[in-house]
Design a protein around this ligand. Structure first.
Ligand code: SAH
Length: 368
């Protein structure tokens, strides 16, 4: 039994079964044993590979997106460039290098990184050394500046925000909680029924069938970014895996060594995520902050010109690297096992901004 498992066991013994969100938060961010606190999980030798770790093209295109959004904002002389969950800092490093194409953008940037893990903060410091004059780290969104327009990005950030799960049994909704089973942790239903649960579901999903599972995510960090855009202008881009419309199902997933693992086993030693419900994200939009997308990662990167970028890189590359660029392009934009369709891009933007780059022809919701 690992130390985190022992600690969670003791918690359950004294407090009773834990909400899924509590378990997820402990596994990912426990100050001593949390997954992101104890390791750098990215890349071939780690547990999983994210888009910016596949190819420099991803961060470069996101960097150009940021610079272009800043230009559409009227090129303000001061802008907070925010990244939520920067991992190794690879995306931001590539983004800042590419953003040089727009003179003035780098000079206007104040870089703010939202990262809970001290170990990853250190990685980010190394990766971004010298890229911009100053970087500020934040453990949470609440300490971000509240007096500057903002361009924010987050790749595979929302999927790591904890979810709760609810299940319909014998016609009633109950919370799913993590308790102690015969050997190890076990998911069970809280005895308390939740009245009127289906009131919060989209009409087309009700009445829900017996056995339906619904996931709800604590979106506080996203809402915090949105409220800053509402007040000071700007836009935010989130790229993640998930579904365009709300639906039923258990999507809690553990990944370890590039393979699926059991979410309730060896807590803190596997990455825990759940699919992003983009319909719920879009519902956060309001009269002042509009939502764009989601569009598939293939569509988004395609509109930003990943094809042309790959061509240029291939022209300048040696033979053996040329094939690698083609493979990376396919991993980023191709159908499964590629990321092109499962992963989606979604954005919020202040109503004063026109259609954002990458979202041409995409669904646009807000008060327009
Ligand atoms: N964007 C990176 C890393 C994605 S992994 C990439 O694409 O490679 C998720 C990242 O979010 C990690 O850096 C993790 O430490 C961070 N993270 C997860 N939950 C967080 C939270 N609640 N607040 C701040 N950072 C968080």
């Amino acid at each position: 039994m690992n130390p985190l498992e022992r600690e969670i066991r003791a918690l359950i013994e004294t407090q009773g079964p834990l909400p899924v969100s509590r378990y997820m938060a402990l596994c990912l961010a426990h100050p001593e044993y949390g997954y992101y606190v104890t390791r750098d999980p990215f890349g071939a030798g780690g547990d999983f590979t994210t888009a910016p770790e596949i190819s420099q093209m991803f961060g470069e295109l996101v960097g150009v997106w940021c610079a272009e959004v800043w230009r559409l904002m009227g090129a303000p002389s001061r802008v907070a460039l925010v990244e939520a969950g920067p991992g190794r800092g690879t995306l931001m490093k590539d983004a800042l290098r590419a953003a040089k194409v727009l003179p003035g953008f780098l000079d206007a940037i104040e870089l703010h990184l939202i990262e809970t893990s001290p170990l990853l903060q250190e990685r980010q410091r190394e990766a971004l050394h010298g890229a911009v004059p100053s970087i500020a780290w934040h453990g949470e969104v609440s300490t971000l500046p509240d007096d500057a327009p903002l361009v924010a990005i987050g790749n595979e950030f929302v999927d790591a925000l904890p979810i709760d799960q609810f299940e319909k049994k014998a016609g009633r909704w109950h919370e799913r909680k993590i308790g102690l089973g015969v050997d190890g942790f076990a998911l069970g239903l809280d005895t308390a029924r939740i009245p009127d649960f289906e009131r919060h579901l989209p009409d087309r999903l009700t009445p829900a069938p017996e056995g339906a599972i619904f996931e709800r995510r604590a979106l506080g960090p996203v809402a915090g970014i949105l409220s800053r855009i509402e007040k000071n202008g700007g836009a935010a881009l989130f790229v993640d895996y998930g579904h365009t419309e709300s639906g039923f199902g258990d999507t809690l997933q553990a990944v370890r060594g590039h393979d699926y693992a059991e979410p309730l086993e060896t807590p803190g030693e596997a990455d825990l995520t759940a699919q992003v419900d983009f319909e719920v994200l879009a519902a956060l939009a309001n009269e002042t902050v509009h939502a764009f997308g989601p569009v598939t990662q293939r569509e988004f990167l395609g509109q930003l010109g990943i094809g042309a970028r790959a061509d240029i890189l291939r022209q300048n590359a040696k033979d053996e690297l040329r094939a690698e660029i083609t493979i990376s392009l396919e991993r980023l934009t191709g159908p499964a096992p590629g990321m092109g369709e499962l992963f989606k891009a979604f954005a919020f933007a202040h109503k004063d901004l026109p259609t954002l780059p990458g979202f041409d022809g995409a669904k646009h919701s807000g008060d327009s």
